[in-house]
Design a protein around this ligand. Structure first.
Ligand code: PLP
Length: 387
């Protein structure tokens, strides 16, 4: 029997696939350096793990309300107030099973059949598939690499149609590490008001920023903008909690209400011990966030400098997240083929740029030890020299 046409068009996440392949090879005893993972290499900070253990010991192992437990919703409201100068009522906040799940819910809630969602490219693999799963169409906004993938304003204006339902704002972005200035955000916000579409602001990397770049939440520009913005965030990246699966969003109340009902029939509330861990992450000692950010900053400089020293490779300096997105087009191979060769011959795992809509690039995470980064970069340099 066939599967539904809805799911038959969806491709698996290439990033998860490659990470899985690299892990399987490592398990077989093959010495692989993986630049593929989209997660911090740090363990979840001890005080956060302790909070989850304590919750389990206190019997906090039952269902919570479908939209998340009230204490965590209160902590998320405080976080928005403290970090983003955003005021939300509790009824606007939903806790979900990771920011990926929050985003999925949002597209399901706002997209109508045939709507268009503008996605700046290069883009995170999941956005277009989630848009398609909601019956809408992704519309890609290309950007120029040399200047760090800025918004092409004229091109953006030309892509807006009466069917434009939303635009994704992701700053800093995965995979390019690009980020928007206040002026960029004001421009985007102006277009959203003028053309009446939603802004979906994915702020998952907001704390991982470098060289003084500030990740401003577009929702904070004005009350008007906040009313048409859905802010997505989570604990995965800032607190090294990818496996706990807690994300959250803040949305206009009618959208949040619809998502709350939807979630009550799909996943129910996220795992209760994980919610206690996220509560500790958001309300406890924040010094771990800065410690990890500093480590990423040091690795970022090392990786980008070394990449730029390899003939045939060039890489812009990312403003945030933990990925380098080097241009490999001078090496003369499509990104998928290059990634396969690198895994087979150089024993390094990278994600082909084609997964992000940029076949001339590969994504290399620098969320690994300096020692491993150097070892992997030695292998890359050697591979390029020989080929
Ligand atoms: C841009 C972006 N948004 C959202 C997510 C989802 O994070 P999670 O579902 O772990 O909270 C990721 C993870 O890779 C990401 O890169």
């Amino acid at each position: 029997m066939n599967i539904s046409p809805r799911l038959s068009q969806i491709s698996p996440s290439l990033t998860l696939e490659i990470t899985g392949k690299a892990k399987a090879l490592k398990k077989e005893g093959i010495d692989i350096i993986s630049f593929a993972a989209g997660e911090p290499d740090f363990d979840t900070p001890a005080h956060i793990c302790a909070a989850a253990r304590d919750a389990i010991d206190r019997g906090k192992t039952r269902y919570t309300p479908a939209k998340g437990m009230p204490e965590l919703i209160a902590a998320v409201r405080e976080k928005f107030q403290r970090d983003n100068n955003l005021d939300y009522p509790a009824s606007s906040i939903i806790i979900s099973c990771g920011a990926k799940h929050s985003l999925y819910n949002v597209f399901q809630a706002i997209c109508r059949e045939g709507d268009e969602v503008i996605i700046p490219s290069p883009y995170w693999v999941t956005y277009p598939e989630q848009v398609r799963l909601a019956g809408a169409e992704p519309v890609f906004l290309d950007s120029v690499e040399e200047d760090g993938f800025p918004i092409d304003r004229d091109r953006l204006v030309s892509l807006i149609t009466p069917r434009t339902r939303a635009m994704i704002v992701s700053s800093p972005a995965n995979p390019s590490g690009s980020g928007y200035s206040r002026d960029d955000l004001e421009f985007l916000a102006g277009l959203a008001v003028e053309n009446d579409f939603y802004l979906i602001s994915d702020e998952i990397y907001e704390k991982l920023v470098y060289d003084g770049f500030e990740a401003i939440s577009i929702a904070s520009l004005s009350r008007d903008i906040q009313d048409r913005t859905i802010v997505i965030n989570g604990v995965s990246k800032s607190y090294a909690m990818t496996g706990w699966r807690i994300g959250y969003m803040a949305a206009p109340e009618n959208v949040a209400q619809a998502i709350s009902s939807f979630q009550s029939h799909s996943t129910s509330g996220p795992a209760t011990p994980s919610q206690y861990a996220a509560l500790e992450a958001l309300t406890g000692d924040q010094s771990c966030v800065e410690e990890m950010r500093r480590a990423f900053e040091e690795r970022r400089v090392l990786m980008i400098e070394r990449l730029n020293r390899i003939e045939g490779i060039s890489c812009t300096m990312p403003k945030g997240a933990f990925y380098a997105f080097p241009n490999i087009s001078a090496l003369g191979k499509p990104s998928l083929e290059l990634a396969a060769n690198l895994l087979d011959q150089a024993r390094i795992a990278v994600v082909p740029g084609i997964a992000f809509g940029a076949d001339g690039n590969i994504r290399m995470s620098y969320a690994d030890s300096i020692e491993n980064l150097n070892k992997g970069l030695d292998r890359l340099a050697e591979f390029v020299r020989k080929n």
